[in-house]
Design a protein around this ligand. Structure first.
Ligand SMILES: Cc1cc2nc3c(=O)[nH]c(=O)nc-3n(C[C@H](O)[C@H](O)[C@H](O)COP(=O)(O)OP(=O)(O)OC[C@H]3O[C@@H](n4cnc5c(N)ncnc54)[C@H](O)[C@@H]3O)c2cc1C
Ligand code: FES
Length: 319
């Protein structure tokens, strides 16, 4: 039953495939479509939830994957912008609820306005079109992390700011499979604690921290995390983390100190998102060519111990 739900094959037909040599996992390839905006809902703190009608991409999504969004008709924003795939759902029925037994069709992106591209995204209206290249990246491969999840008493999701967007789909899959989960969510201020409602049915508890103390713990999220790990040294955890570099690094240090396996979802600057430009490479354990991996294709999710954290900051991950 458990294995069945994890090994479900996406119903959409792929237009191409490649294999991740390191994990021998065959990856369903991406679709490049112009898709319609269904809703672009403003949230607090300059965040938006963008729902796109993506009938080919949504069913092919695996937890942890991302999309590249192109604003059409703007030569001043040529490059697509990478966004984690926050959620995929079926199209809503007439009563407002999701139609059951239908393939996912709506692809949702949770984003924060930080610059020109995301400002233009914030102006999108229902029925506008955007270019959507998705799904991309190998994501949180069940084949890689499920065995470690089974060895754990609890899965700890650790999100920093908009990093929360990368963790909902993994949390949904893990909840489907019956895993106990807990969310640690850190942000600058309470307005940045977006998306947390979606986690409520999936996790046994959420611990929030804000740097200004406007909600939850005052300070960095790694403090309540450290307290929790210190109190529960008799338990095994699997950590899944996404957030800014300093927070990733601090969380990875904690995971190492308490000897828990840790998966990180990296958000390096990206050019192509397709493995071509090499602009997103990170330094990993290994020699020569083996010492670098592309966040867009071999990632964005990596086992923390594979990443050489000392060099990471120089290679463009967000602070
Ligand atoms: C795999 C991946 C998944 C991502 N998921 C999300 C998501 O779900 N929601 C979301 O809001 N953002 C996400 N990001 C970050 C997002 O891509 C950037 O915020 C966006 O590209 C900025 O575009 P812009 O034109 O608005 O800003 P720009 O004008 O290009 O830059 C404005 C500011 O944003 C910073 N910035 C630019 N690129 C990145 C980046 N890759 N990561 C962090 N900061 C950046 C710049 O340093 C600068 O300070 C993700 C990035 C990656 C690589
Ligand atoms: S973004 Fe171009 S290779 Fe990764």
């Amino acid at each position: 039953m458990l294995a069945e739900s994890w090994n479900r094959v996406p119903p959409a037909l792929p237009i191409g495939r490649y294999t991740n040599a390191r994990s021998s996992v065959s990856i369903v390839a991406m679709y490049d479509d112009m898709v319609a905006v269904i809703e672009n809902r403003p949230l607090t703190g300059g965040h938006f939830l963008l729902s796109l009608d993506a009938p080919r991409q949504a069913p092919a999504v695996r937890p942890g994957q991302f999309a590249m969004v192109r604003i059409l008709g703007r030569s001043d924003v040529l490059l697509r912008r990478p966004m984690s795939i926050f959620d995929v759902t079926a199209k809503e029925g007439r009563d407002g609820g999701p139609r059951r037994a239908r393939a996912p069709r709506i692809l949702k992106l949770l984003y924060k306005v930080v610059g020109r591209g995301t400002r233009l995204m914030a102006e999108l209206q229902p029925r506008d079109k955007v270019g959507l290249l998705a799904p991309l990246g190998h994501g949180f491969f069940e084949e890689e992390y499920l065995p470690r999840a089974h060895e754990s008493d609890e899965i700890l999701h650790v999100a920093g700011g908009i990093g929360i967007a990368a963790l909902l789909l993994p949390a949904k899959r893990l909840a489907e499979a019956g895993f106990r989960q807990r969310l640690f969510f850190g942000a600058r201020t309470k307005d940045d604690l977006v998306g947390v409602q979606d986690f409520k049915p999936l996790v046994c508890a959420t611990l929030s921290a804000t740097e200004d103390g406007s909600a939850g713990y005052r300070g960095f999220v790694t403090r309540p995390l450290e307290e929790y790990l210190t109190k529960h040294t008799d338990q095994k955890f699997l950590l899944m983390v996404c957030g800014p570099w300093a927070m990733l690094r601090a969380t990875v240090e904690l995971a190492k100190r308490f000897r828990h396996p840790c998966l990180v979802s990296m958000e390096n600057r990206m050019g192509c998102g397709l493995g071509v430009c090499l602009g997103c490479c990170i330094r990993v354990e290994g020699e020569g060519h083996e010492a670098y991996q592309r966040v867009c294709t071999e990632g964005p999710v990596f086992w923390a111990e594979k990443v050489v954290w000392e060099t990471e900051r120089k290679l463009g991950i967000r602070d």
